[in-house]
Write a protein that binds this ligand. Structure first.
Ligand SMILES: [Zn+2]
Length: 111
């Protein structure tokens, strides 16, 4: 699961960079265009399953961030506590790395 979440997190970073680059490009047309970032996004998406991408895209329409980090047992998306039992199950691979409160993908802190 960690591999999928990391891939989604990278994809999200690239999409955020693309959005920023588009804004910069509008303001200053001489800045590099978005082609390189778009190519990276396409390569990144090709590595992720359709099912995860569909979920990711739905979340991205609803929230600015679809993949958030766990911080000391809390989800940094909704700021609510993730039950310790759920965190343990996620770490053991018995449960998807998804916040039970807000349904965002959650990147667990390494420990
Ligand atoms: Zn949450």
């Amino acid at each position: 699961m960690v591999t999928i979440i990391r891939s989604l997190y990278e994809l999200q970073e690239l999409e955020l960079v693309l959005a920023e680059t588009r804004i910069l490009h509008q303001e200053a047309p001489n800045t590099p265009d978005t082609g390189a970032v778009e190519a990276k996004i396409a390569r990144s998406r090709a590595k992720i399953s359709h099912e995860h991408l569909r979920r990711y895209d739905l979340l991205r329409r609803k929230h600015p961030l679809a993949v958030v980090r766990e911080r000391s047992g809390s989800c940094s998306g909704c700021n609510l506590n993730v039950p310790q039992g759920d965190l343990n199950r996620m770490r053991r691979g018995e449960m998807d790395w998804v916040c039970p409160n807000c349904a965002r993908f959650i990147l667990l802190a390494a420990d």
